[in-house]
Design a protein around this ligand. Structure first.
Ligand code: NAD
Ligand code: ZN
Length: 245
């Protein structure tokens, strides 16, 4: 912990890559952990673009249930700690795989949403975007003005990563000197490659996860084993303490 706090405070360019694990203590289950929705539905099936295209109404029924949990969630101490690090100039940006918007709700400003977000709905026909708040999820599915059924703004399996987010995430990964990899199993590509890109460009990889991930044995330099909501506030406190010295 002390070594990592020092890494953050000695002027190195640090960024974070976050996954579903960082939002667990906000009440949003990961795909693989214990959790209501995912024990009943296979995310690879319902969140795949082909299943949306073949049966958008069914996809929407599931997404509406998921969205209720996402929209009610509040940032937890892990999100707040990352916002604090950014505020002190110790973290350049966050690349998040999450669609829950909790980094922005915690006060983080530089957030790259690699997998889109649940706050918007998009039209696959005319590319229009709408705020999700314009629609009542009681009458499904929502329609675009052009007549097409809208899709949740989250990137589905089988869809490309939004170009701006992809380019920015790769650039930040190539340029960073420290990458905090938080709450991700690093199994979903291409996000899982970002720590490799960072490492190949000389960055130190710090992983924060209660369990080893696909990266731990090969890519990770420091594993801070534990829950993000416990470890990150300690790390932020230690780093800001060094700043004050
Ligand atoms: P994942 O479900 O594959 O892995 C979650 C990881 O979080 C695991 O390595 C687990 O050990 C770790 N973890 C569990 N509790 C934790 C805690 N308290 N603190 C830190 N780590 C913890 O998630 P993924 O790698 O992000 O990939 C799944 C995909 O689905 C991603 O695109 C993800 O963003 C998306 N997803 C998003 C949300 C959300 O927006 N909150 C929720 C579920 C899935
Ligand atoms: Zn449209």
């Amino acid at each position: 912990m002390t070594d990592v706090a020092k890494l953050l405070t000695n002027g190195r360019r640090a960024i974070a890559l976050t996954g579903a694990g960082i939002s667990v203590s906000s009440g949003i289950p990961t795909f693989r952990g214990q959790g209501g929705l995912w024990s009943r539905f296979d995310p690879m099936e319902f969140a795949h673009i082909e299943s949306f295209r073949s049966n958008p109404v069914r996809s929407w029924e599931l997404f509406a249930e998921l969205a209720k949990g996402l929209f009610a969630a509040r940032p937890n101490p892990a999100h707040l700690a990352l916002a604090e690090l950014e505020h002190h100039g110790l973290l350049r940006c966050i690349i998040t795989q999450n669609i829950d918007g909790l980094h922005q709700a915690a006060g983080s400003r530089e957030v790259i949403e690699f997998h889109g977000n649940a706050r918007e709905l998009v039209c696959l026909n005319c590319r229009a975007h709408y705020p999700a708040s314009m629609f009542s999820f009681d009458s499904l599915p929502p329609y675009c003005n052009c007549g097409e059924i809208l899709k949740p703004g989250a990137v589905f399996f089988g869809e490309p990563i939004p170009k701006t987010a992809l380019l920015r995430a790769y650039a930040e990964s190539q340029q960073c000197q420290v990458m905090l990899v938080i709450g991700t199993s690093a199994l979903v590509e291409p996000a899982a490659s970002l720590p490799l890109v960072a490492k190949e460009h000389g960055a130190i990889i710090v992983e924060i996860n209660p369990e080893p991930s696909a990266l731990t044995a090969t890519v990770t330099d420091y594993l801070l084993e534990g829950e993000a909501e416990v470890v990150l506030p300690q790390l932020a406190a230690a780093a800001t303490n060094y700043l004050a010295i």
